[in-house]
Design a protein around this ligand. Structure first.
Ligand code: FCB
Length: 463
């Protein structure tokens, strides 16, 4: 049984303890100070797209409550805050010069964080593409990569004197696949070839922005990307199951990390795509750009899955003659997202990245869970499920560190309950409860637990 002391003993000195959020999920104020609509503002208006018809119009009203929210992070004793910048605030309509009022918000946020001794970690893109760029084709169109790099430099010029750690994209898999293949996220398209083009253009945009920020940096900065990745286990040793797991790992993990780190797409994935009749729209020189060196890989982990290559009727090919792949339960308890709780999948994932992409420092940029919280009359939530999730997953990170993985920090998702995309406000991931009627913030048990761990680690009280 791990105690807080034994748990924090598994993390090196200098290890970061923090929290993460994203712009559209917390800010609200969607038309303040010149902000124009993003694809999420549009998607939220599509009937049936978001549970309950929720939108990010108000969200946590963070745009107007920012200093108090920073004070909350300070009270929790956390040293890092990862937030994202809303492209349509900084560069309305996705073109033209910087919008002074829009960037002003992030300028004040960075100053407020530094004044409280909290390190600001900027994510440039957490899914809120300006609607005009989607109208021009969105991420399936090559030009969007160049537009992204241009926007990135606007933010960079304004904040690089005070921000040391930069993430280009959050979870390009979600942007490409949920947004353009499955239609579950904005912009809600279901066009598989377009989604595969989006994968490449997102990576290209990352590479262009990384190169340009690096070239302009007057000092050593940490630049990287954040991926949502998981371990894909085969359901058995049978060849179709092993191959289904290989394909899931290929489309979920290696299609991003291989070009980022090794400068080429994985041959098996390219062959799988060809069999499906789609192709990555690679042009000369793209792979060198995408492989621009990065300093830190952000890892977002929520769950792992087991895959089988057999359909329920036992066949191994579907109606289109393509190999079957479907996930089957591991048989674990689940969170309110219906995601299985698989901490050892986290250890296996981190060790796999350390093995396949050696020399790449990692920070956990998101990890957390939604549960059906019940607040008492004071708004306090005794969230034992979420607290146990944090404990087991921090233990999984410590196990990976003990086995040689270079992991330099852990940022919990999320600072507070917020707009959980297609699930609206029903799913709560916060370590701080938000009462959306009054916008009151109340730290949950899990927040107090992370506060205790960070404090023990800071003073070196380990066992
Ligand atoms: C991740 C997203 C984040 C949040 C969590 C639950 O995929 O990056 O915004 O929605 O999932």
């Amino acid at each position: 049984m791990s105690t807080p002391e034994t748990l924090v003993g598994g993390f090196p000195s200098g290890f970061r303890w923090g929290v993460a959020t994203s712009a559209y999920q917390i800010e609200g104020a969607v038309s303040a100070d010149g902000r124009t609509p993003s694809i999420w503002d549009t998607f939220c208006r599509v009937p049936g797209a978001i549970d309950n018809g929720d939108t990010g119009d108000i969200a946590c009203d963070h745009y107007h409550r920012m200093p108090a929210d920073v004070a909350l992070i300070k009270d929790l004793g956390l040293d890092t805050y990862r937030f994202s910048v809303a492209w349509p605030r900084v560069q309305p309509r996705g073109k033209g010069p910087v919008n002074a009022a829009g960037i002003g918000f992030y300028d004040r946020l960075v100053d407020e964080l530094l004044a409280q001794g909290i390190d600001p970690w900027v994510t440039l893109y957490h899914w809120d593409l300006p609607q005009e760029l989607e109208d021009a084709g969105g991420w399936p169109v090559r030009d969007t990569a160049y537009r992204f790099a241009e926007y990135a430099m606007l933010v960079f010029d304004a904040l690089q004197d005070r921000v040391t750690t930069w993430t280009t994209l959050n979870e390009p898999w979600c942007s490409a696949m949920l947004g353009y293949a499955y239609g579950l996220h904005a912009p809600g398209r279901r066009e598989y070839p377009a989604a595969i083009a989006a994968v490449h253009h997102l990576l290209l945009g990352h590479g262009l922005a990384t190169q340009q920020m690096r070239a302009a940096a007057p000092r050593k900065l940490d630049i990287g990307i954040t991926l949502n990745v998981a371990t894909a286990y085969p359901a058995s040793d049978a060849a179709p199951d092993v191959d289904a797991a290989r394909r899931a790992d290929g489309m979920g993990r290696r299609i991003y990390l291989d070009p980022l780190v090794h400068g080429h797409y994985p041959a098996d994935v390219v062959a799988d795509l060809a069999r499906e009749g789609v192709e990555l729209p690679i042009e000369d020189g793209d792979l060198e750009i995408i492989a621009a060196p990065i300093d830190v890989l952000g890892v977002n982990y929520y769950f792992s899955q087991k895959f089988t290559g057999y359909a329920e009727d036992g066949s191994t090919v579907d109606g289109n003659g393509l190999p079957v792949s479907r996930d089957v339960p591991l048989g674990r308890p689940r969170t309110a997202m219906d995601w299985e709780i698989v901490p050892e999948g986290f250890t296996d994932l981190l060790l796999g990245i350390a093995r396949d992409y050696p020399g790449l420092p990692m920070v956990i940029t998101e990890n957390g869970s939604a549960f059906d919280d019940v607040a008492d009359e004071n708004g306090y939530v005794d969230d034992t499920g979420r607290t146990a999730y944090f404990t087991s997953h921090l233990g999984a990170v410590a196990d990976a560190i003990a086995q040689g993985a270079d992991i330099r920090g852990y940022l919990a998702w999320s600072l507070m309950d917020n707009f959980e995309w297609a699930y609206g406000y029903v799913k709560r991931f916060g370590i701080v409860r938000v009462d959306y009627e009054t916008q009151t913030r109340t730290p949950k048990q899990s927040a107090l637990h992370l506060k205790q761990l960070a404090a023990l680690h800071r003073v070196g009280r380990t066992a």
